[in-house]
Design a protein around this ligand. Sequence first.
Ligand code: GCU
Length: 600
Amino acid sequence: MNKRIEVILFKGWAWMVLSMLLAAVNAHAQTAMINAQSRHTTSLNGEWNVILDPTGIGEWRQIWQERKPLVKTDFVEYSFEGSPLLKVPGDFNSQMRELTYFEGIVWYKKEFSYAAGKNKRLFVHFGAVNYLTDVYLNGEKIGSHEGGFTPFQFEITQKIKPGTNSLIVKVDNKRLKNGLPGLGYDWLNYGGITRDVNLIETGNTYIEDYSIQLRKGSQKEVSGWVKLNGADKQNHIKIRIPELKFERSVKSGNNGVAGLQFSSSFKLWSPDDPKLYKVIIETETDTVEDEIGFRNIAVKGNKVMLNGKEIFLKGINIHEENPFKGARAFSKEDALLLLNQAKQLGCNLVRLAHYPHNENMIKQAERMGLMVWSELPVYQHIEFSDTAVLSKMDLMLKEMVRRDRNRCSVVIWSLSNETYDGTPNRTKALASLTQVCRQLDSTRLVTHVTNSQSYNNNAFKVWDSLYKYTDIISVNEYIGWYIPWQGKPENVTWNVAFPGKPVFISEFGGEALFGNVSEAADEAASWREEYQQQIYIKQLRMFNTIPNLCGVAPWLLFDYRSLGRMHPVYQKGYNRKGLLSEKGERKKAWFIMEQYYKRK
Ligand code: GCU
C-alpha cells in the first residue's frame, strides 16, 4: 500500500481515537431546570433533517463536522442537505417504514438563529430523547445524556453565534446490557427525539428548581424551598398565591437556596375535586408561574390515605403510546386520548408503565383528578453489579423526581418492576435507591413491583426482600393467563410475606383479540374475548380474599406494540392484554372492570 494512503488511514485512525477519548471526558448534560413550559422559550419543534446510520459509521465520518467537497476530486459520503425530514417531537420508528423495527443511530439536524439579550443566558432543553444522546452545536460537541424518558439541558450562552446555528443530535436507541431498561422489555422502545426541544432564555441568575408541597402529614403546612442558579445567589425571592391572598418574601443564601415554610387553608386536591392554585415565584431577574395542587398522601397501617381519608386505588396501566398512530405519545392531545379512557373506565389512578411519561400526561392527569404512579425503567434483567448502572439509576431517579416534585397528581414513585430477588446486588442497590428517593422527596409513597410468587393447591404466596423498604406491597400476578386456576377464585388463600402493609395488585389480566368471540371460550390459545372476560370475572372474585388490598390496576388500557408478541393471527406485533383494541374498541372485559370500579 503506498505511503500516501498509509498516512490518510493513520490520520483517520488517530482522529477516531482522539474523538473517542474526547467523548470519554465529554460533558454530561445538566439536570434540567423545572417547569420548562412556563419559561421564556423558543421552540425548535418541527421538521429536522436526518441521516440514518445503521452501521454507526457516522461517528468515524464525524458527521457533526458537516464537511463539504472542497475541490472537484473531493466527495463526502453524508449530507443533511437533501436528507429525509422527521418531525420533532416524535419517535423515528413510526415515521419511516425502514425504521419500523430499527434499533440504532439516527443523526438529526436543526438550524436556527437566535439573538440572546444582554445579561441573558441561553439553554437548549430536551423533554426526552431515547436512548443515548450526543449533542453538537456548530461542529462542537456540547455534551451527552443517557436515558430515554427524563429531561436534560445544555447551557449554550457562550457557544451560540450570530446568524445561523447548526444543532446536531445523535440518537441511539440500541439495547444496552447495562442500560435502563436492559436488553429485554415487553414494549416497542421507540427511538428518537420523542419530546419537545426548546431554547430557554433566562436572566443571569434564574430560578432553577423549587419545591412547594404540603409537608408530609399536614394539610395546612407547606415546607419547601427555591433554588437559584447564577452569580447573584443571594437574592430576594417572592412567592405569591393570589387566590389565597398569600405573599411571602424570602432571601436565598450563598448556596442560592431559600427555605420556605408557611401555612394556609388550602382547598385540597383530590380526584373528586382536582383543585389547583396559580403559584408565582419571582426574583429581580426571573419569574416562573406554576399550577400547584395541595394534597396529602400517606399509609396508615394497612390503608392508603388521601387527605386523611382511606382511598381505594382504582388503577389502570398505560404505556406511552398513541394507539391510533402506533407511535410514542407526547402531546396534550395524546394525553387526553389516554386519560379520558381511564376516566371512563372509572379510574382514580394511572400507573404510567414502565418509565416516566411526558409532562403533558402528568399535568393533564392533575387537571382531570387522576393520581399518577410514576416508574423508573428498572425492568426485569438489570446489571445491578455494574457500578455504571447504579449511577444511571441515581441520575434517572433525580431527573424524574426533580421534574415532577411539584405535581400533586404523582402520589407513588415506583423504582423497579419485576427484578429478581436472586440477582447479585439487586436488593442492596434498590434499597439504597429507595433511601435516595426518600431523601429527594419525603412526601410520596415509594414502591417496587415484584413477582416473586408461588401458586400451589390454590394457595398464592408472595415474598420479596424489598418489601421491608416499600410503603405498599405491589404484586404483578397473572392467575388465569400465565398460570391456570387451581380452584375457585374465592377460595384462593393468600400468604403475603411482610403482612401489615397495604397490598396493590399492579398487574393482572390476559390477552384477547377484539372481535374474536365465541361461546366456546375455554382455551387460552384462541385469544377469545370471552376467555379474557372470564379472567377478569374470576380475578375480581379473588380480590376479596387478598388481605389489606388497597387497590388494583389491570394490565392494561390499550393493546400496544411489542416486538416479542409475534402470533401472526392474534398478535401481529401487539400485546393484546388491552381492555381496548388499538382502535379503541371495548372488549368484553372492559365492562367487567367498569362495573367493579362503579361499585367500589
Ligand atoms: C409483566 C410486565 C409487563 C408485561 C406483562 C405481560 O408483568 O410487567 O411489562 O407486558 O407482564 O406479560 O404482558
